[in-house]
Design a protein around this ligand. Structure first.
Ligand code: NAD
Ligand code: ZN
Ligand code: ZN
Length: 391
């Protein structure tokens, strides 16, 4: 089969691999019908995720048709149409039982490496390095899905197109959990950094949860306009306006009730001292994470407010304003999305017409164009917001 394969930083190619087969009785194999590129894939492409090996297949946002099932699989049979969560979970450990799916104890064979780094390890993830299990990803013609009875959601009926349900695999639940983690109360003012796919899904989710005002921050005009078209959100262009001053002015000096970092470790600086130091340290390979947005969110949020961090960080960044955090009495919530928790309720919202997540797609391509599409999406060329590919 053909699959998008990692060979090194900035070097991905479509190579031929053996077709996946059932390895465990709980596995299914699916024929991929649609797959997307995520901002998290860019962290791999740009070389910030350790423990990648040449030959690894990327991709964790995908869906398709079941072609084979293992002997223990109860929920699926060949021909079923499924969307697959990026988190691989066993379904029966303490964490899965407590709906903390991305913290699953049993699906990451590389867990020991993360135990040393983080104290504990979480679930295995599709196409996300040998820190997360080394599972082959779904930017491919076929993919093996382990623990199938505790992952994929079946799409019944032909009413919904792939593009409408594909983002249940990651970014719709991620935006939803980001908004949930921000503890939005009716009428609250929510500021969201990053108007990429995750930011856009967070904006929509914040509105659905009853936000009174949504303020979206980015510098790319097409992403700011898309944000503005929803709600409408108010926008701040961080390349032209001072973010802290603007947010305080917009909230009469109190600050937003919740601040959400939907940017993560590759944040662009704004010429501030901290972002210059981050950039220099990243260039010298002294840090992986540029945490300007996280710091700024803490600086801007109101006293007693909430910080939610869907953006991914991987290392030990410094100059975290812990003094402000304690002094202002803030709450923070973050994490890899517990995708399985949200599949049924969010599918229902799509079925009921409350949201059509395909609104973010700007580029449609074939899998063989994936290397080009990685560049287009990474460089934000051609107005690119989200790429969907078909094998
Ligand atoms: N927690 C999870 O489970 C999960 C799931 C999916 C994605 N993510 C993470 O979410 C983040 C966003 O993903 P995406 O697909 O939207 O990526 P993206 O790269 O398309 O979007 C990031 C956006 O942030 C903007 N940005 C950069 N610096 C900024 C700054 N200083 N202020 C405001 N905006 C700034 C960029 O212009 C861009 O539009 C990534 O870190 C990704 O890894 C996390
Ligand atoms: Zn993702
Ligand atoms: Zn588990």
């Amino acid at each position: 089969m053909k699959a998008l394969t990692w060979h090194g930083t900035n070097d991905v190619r479509v190579d031929t691999h053996p077709d996946p087969v059932i390895e465990e009785p709980g596995d299914i194999v699916i024929k991929v019908t649609a797959t997307a590129i995520c901002g998290s894939d860019l962290h791999i492409f740009d070389g910030f995720v350790p423990q990648m090996k040449s030959g690894d297949i990327l991709g964790h946002e995908f869906m398709g048709e079941v072609v084979e099932t293992g002997a223990d699989v109860k929920k699926f049979r060949p021909g079923d149409r499924v969307v697959v969560p990026f988190v691989i979970a066993c379904g029966h450990c303490w964490f899965c039982q407590h709906q903390l799916w991305s913290a699953c104890d049993n699906t990451n064979p590389d867990g020991e490496k993360l135990d040393k780094l983080h104290g504990h390890h979480g679930a295995g993830l599709f196409g996300y390095s040998h820190l997360y299990g080394g599972y082959a990803g779904g930017q491919a013609e076929y993919v093996r899905v382990p623990h199938a009875d505790h992952g994929p959601v079946k799409i019944n009926g032909g009413g919904l197109r792939d593009e409408q349900v594909l983002f249940l695999s990651d970014i719709f639940p991620t935006g939803w959990m980001a908004a949930e983690n921000a503890n939005i109360q009716k009428g609250d003012t929510v500021a969201i950094w990053g108007c990429g796919p995750v930011g856009q899904m967070t904006i929509r989710s914040a509105w659905m949860m009853g936000a009174g005002r949504v303020i979206a921050i980015d510098r790319l005009p097409e992403r700011l306009s898309l944000a503005e078209s929803m709600g409408p959100a108010e926008v701040i262009n961080f390349a032209e306006q001072d973010v802290y001053d603007s947010l305080q002015e917009m909230t009469d000096g109190r600050g937003p009730d919740s601040c959400i970092d939907a940017v993560g470790l590759e944040a662009h600086g704004t010429g501030s001292f901290d972002s210059i130091v981050d950039k220099a340290k990243a260039a010298m390979m002294l840090t992986t994470d540029r945490v300007h947005v996280f710091r700024q969110a803490i600086h801007c949020v109101r006293k007693g407010g909430n910080i939610s961090v869907p953006g991914v960080y991987v290392g030990w960044p410094d100059k975290i304003p812990l003094g402000a955090f304690v002094g202002k009495g803030l709450t923070i919530k973050t994490g890899q999305t517990h995708v399985q928790r949200y599949l049924a309720p969010l599918l229902k919202k799509i079925e009921d017409g409350e949201i059509d997540p395909s609104f973010i797609i700007t580029h449609r391509a074939k899998l063989e164009d994936a290397p080009e599409m990685y560049k287009t999406f990474r460089d934000k060329h051609d107005g690119c917001i989200k790429v969907v590919m078909t094998p």
